[in-house]
Design a protein around this ligand. Structure first.
Ligand code: PLP
Length: 433
């Protein structure tokens, strides 16, 4: 059997070019990271060849003795990484990604057209927490269930818990979802628990963005208050693309969460687990218990704070006024420009971030802000000093966007990009394929 270069030079070439792009650019997309090299090795292994429908010890195919050992190890490491007692909590490590994990939870605990509440997409929530326009139900969550979104208080930029309480009291959801894709602060779990209990709803946290920070105890622990916790595995956690569902080993509101969730994953919505992903996840969850991982997650937060304070010094308006986690959300509207243009200009200078709607935006098509995350460049060795420089280069990009006459060429920003591509730049976690 030939290697990739020989078998398919075209795909090999695309991979090489993508590797070069990842290596040479400043990766500031808050949901992205560089997976550990050992994780990539497991993902690219023979584990991809095996079918293993079912759970360890209860498979529909033979030859699963090693896969059983792997999945059991992965489950144990998942519980250990999040400091959970295996008598009280269980985990399913088979979800193919974050959105399927969430839909599997809804399938497990809701009936079709039951009601749920998640954070509004335009206020930082995720599509899989429900999204519909006045004309169309967009997310499957809103097609198969009845969703109503709660929002931020537009003056503070924080979740409006009073309003959520009021809305929940009227809407009577069966499920309330905490968690977000673009929220720079932590969630008030005790408050959300109270709101859920008052209306008899399950409380679920989707910690996709912040699971690395939660594992390192840098942010509040959602497990103390929630019935179910979902996550992706490829963001702050630095694992392979995948998902996990943690559940209380208990009957909650008449539902045995363990069997309902396991059955929703398989046979409900999935077939064979992606064993190569589970292999990579097990590796990542071993790292997640190390002192180095904790130190890394602390740096993710301190780097983000340094970025936020430099942007504030430069006069930018940040949603909620700053950040407690791995991302900042910059409101560009006071400058008379939009996030889409700034994203484009910065992309030309190999600074990769994303346009993002900010509370009060009139249109989701032309969002008024940008989202900037610290996990990926922290992985590549950036310290607060470099993140202060990053704020300055973003500022330069914004100025260029405002003053269309200035060009990118010859700017300090380009010198910096040359530095990022040079041998002096941290080599320790180089992008590997
Ligand atoms: N949940 C949250 C909060 C997210 O931010 C994301 C993705 O960014 C997801 C779920 C979905 O994950 P995936 O893209 O793996 O389906």
């Amino acid at each position: 059997d030939n290697g990739l270069s020989e078998a398919d030079p075209e795909v090999r070439g695309i991979i090489e070019r993508e590797k070069e792009r990842q290596f040479k650019s400043l990766e500031l997309i808050a949901s992205e990271n560089f997976a550990y090299r050992a994780v990539m090795e497991a993902v690219g292994s023979c584990l991809t060849n095996k079918y293993s429908e079912g759970l360890p010890g209860k498979r529909y195919y033979g030859g699963n003795e090693h896969i059983d050992e792997l999945e059991t190890l992965c489950q144990k490491r998942a519980l250990d990484a999040f400091h959970l007692d295996g008598k009280k909590w269980g985990v399913n490590v088979q979800p193919l990604s974050g959105s399927p994990a969430n839909f599997e939870v809804y399938t497990a605990v809701l009936k079709p057209h039951d009601r749920l509440m998640g954070l509004d997409l335009s206020h930082g929530g995720h599509l899989s927490h429900g999204f519909m326009t006045p004309k169309r139900r967009v997310s499957g969550t809103s097609i198969y269930f009845e969703s109503m979104s709660y929002r931020l208080n537009e003056s503070t930029g924080l979740v409006d818990y009073d309003k959520l309480e009021e809305m929940a009291d009227r809407f009577k959801p069966k499920l309330i979802i905490a968690g977000a894709s673009a929220y720079p602060r932590d969630f008030d779990y005790p408050r959300m628990r109270k709101i859920a209990d008052a209306v008899g709803a399950f409380l679920m946290m989707d910690m996709a963005h912040i699971s690395g920070l939660v594992a390192a105890s840098v942010l509040a622990n959602p497990f103390d208050y929630c019935d179910i916790v979902t996550t992706t595995t490829h963001k702050s956690l630095r694992g392979p693309r995948g998902g996990m569902i943690f559940f209380k080993k208990d009957t909650v509101l008449g539902v045995d969460l363990e069997s309902a969730i396991n059955n929703a994953v398989f046979p409900g919505l999935q077939g064979g687990p992606h064993n190569h992903t589970i292999g990579g996840l097990a590796v990542c969850l071993k790292y997640a218990q190390s002192p180095e991982f904790k130190a890394y997650q602390n740096k993710v937060v301190s780097n983000c704070r340094a970025l936020a304070s430099r942007l504030t010094e430069l006069g930018y308006k940040l949603v909620s006024g700053g950040s407690d986690n791995h991302l900042v959300l910059v409101d560009l509207r006071p400058l008379g420009i939009d996030g889409a243009r700034v994203e484009k200009i910065l992309d030309m200078a190999s600074i990769t971030l994303n346009k993002n709607s900010v509370p009060g935006d009139k249109s989701a098509v032309v969002p008024g802000g940008i989202r900037i995350g610290s996990p990926a460049m922290t992985t590549r060795g950036f310290t607060e000093k470099e993140f202060i420089a990053v704020a300055d280069y973003i500022h330069e990009g914004v100025q260029i966007t405002i003053d269309a006459k200035r060009t990118v060429s010859g700017s300090k920003l380009q010198d910096f990009m040359r530095f990022v591509a040079s041998p002096e730049f941290s080599q320790k976690d180089r992008v590997s394929d």
